[in-house]
Design a protein around this ligand. Structure first.
Ligand code: PMP
Length: 401
């Protein structure tokens, strides 16, 4: 009996992939020319699988701010804020996030994963109940496991199922926390937040929304789905990440409840890990400023979204339910998905290949994510690459699904 026996099924799956000669999961980005172009596995490609929604990873102001911080404050903080103390930049970023969301305070974490997992496991405990959308991200699932709370999953984007399950709860004295995402990362679909808010109100529950994929993407000022739908006042906790629209790494939680500050002293994902490097904080602060001031980036992003989504729809692909910066093509057959991923690469287009069980529907996904930085020529290259994949027969087969 080896400690590694439990990974045998993974070895089998990996060997199966290796036998095809196509290894999307091991793709290596060797060079980058911009936010949207680079060399992956020796092939010059348009990057269409990065979550770099506003295209800020190469923004000159962000890069310059990071360089300056690197020179003035060094490469890392070498410890947690609780033990070593905060740098002024951490506190400034928290203030700027609170100002952006119109909340009393915000807490910055070292990744988005830690923000979500840490907040959930800290807020909910024994005797409490967490209701989470079945398609929630792994960080949310990890948070529920660590919390010790009772956990109930409700059907994806189904407020009626949420309501039904809340009614079935036995009426204990604990608190109830509902958790959803804004835009879901795999199919790009949005939570019906207005309806979820109505259910939350009726049951006196708390609501946390993970806006990882919707910050900078939705809402008149880019605050996310809650802003887009006009329900921000009803959201108790907003969590998110710096690793998508803000082009760096890190995460945050903000809340209308001033007691958020207290959770800092109980949150193990905050207390027991090194804080973000000064260069990361510096570029994130500049990126947040750009997100707040350059609204044309969001408009450009949505122009690219509409173009790609409608073109792939016309080509007969099965897509997520509505246009979104995540444009996911569903492919039932695994071998077909692998071949198509390779064919896209050969045509200079890099997308994410996502295989079950990581996908919500059981189908494989060729998952594209769009950026404000994609040029019209690059979007056209993505469209043409997909057009070349489906023979008329295959396209018909897809349409009939
Ligand atoms: N929440 C959601 C909904 C996500 O999709 C992700 C990352 N894909 C995270 C949290 C974690 O964020 P990060 O990668 O910045 O740690």
């Amino acid at each position: 009996m080896s400690i590694f026996d439990k990974f045998q099924h993974l070895a089998a799956a990996r060997d199966e992939l290796l036998a095809t000669g196509i290894m999307p999961l091991g793709a290596v980005t060797e060079r980058l020319f911009s936010a949207t172009e680079g060399v992956v596995d020796g092939q010059r490609v348009v990057l269409a699988g990065t979550n770099n929604y506003l295209g800020l990873t190469f923004d000159p102001e962000c890069v310059q701010a990071a360089q300056r911080a690197l020179q003035e404050q060094g490469t890392g903080t070498t410890g947690s804020r609780m033990a070593n103390g905060s740098y002024a930049g951490h506190i400034a970023l928290e203030r700027e996030l609170a100002d952006f969301f119109g909340t009393p305070s915000a807490i910055v974490f070292s990744t988005g994963f830690l923000a979500t997992m840490g907040m959930m496991s800290t807020l909910a405990g024994q005797g409490d109940t967490i209701l989470l959308d079945a398609d929630c991200h792994a960080s949310i699932y990890e948070g529920t496991r660590l919390s010790g709370a009772d956990v109930v999953r409700f059907r994806h984007n189904d407020p009626r199922d949420l309501d039904r399950r809340l009614r079935r709860l036995s009426g204990g004295t604990g608190s109830t926390l509902i958790v959803t995402e804004g835009i879901y990362s795999m199919l790009g679909d949005q939570a019906p937040l207005r309806e979820i808010v109505a259910v939350k109100r009726e049951h006196g529950a708390y609501l946390m929304v993970d806006e990882a994929h919707s910050m900078g993407v939705l809402g008149a000022t880019g605050r996310g789905l809650a802003e887009e739908l006009g329900v921000e006042e009803e959201i108790d906790f907003t969590v998110g990440t710096f690793s998508k629209s803000l082009g760096s790494v890190g995460g945050y939680c903000t809340s209308k409840h001033p007691q958020l500050e207290l959770t800092r002293y109980a949150n193990r994902s905050y207390i027991f890990t090194a804080s973000l490097a000064p260069s990361v904080i510096a570029s994130t602060r500049v990126a947040l400023g750009i997100l707040r001031s350059r609204h044309e980036l969001r408009a450009q992003l949505w122009q690219n979204v509409e173009w790609l989504y409608r073109a792939l729809e016309r080509q007969g692909y099965k897509l997520g339910p509505h246009p979104s910066p995540v444009v996911a093509v569903e492919v039932e057959d695994r071998g077909q998905a692998l071949q198509w991923w390779k064919s896209l690469m050969d045509q200079g287009v890099y997308v994410n290949l996502v295989l079950p069980p990581a996908t919500p529907t059981g189908a494989c996904l060729l998952r594209c994510s769009l950026s404000a930085a994609h040029t019209p020529e690059q979007v056209e290259q993505i469209v043409s690459a997909f057009a070349s994949l489906a023979t008329p027969d295959e396209a018909n087969r897809l349409e009939s699904h």
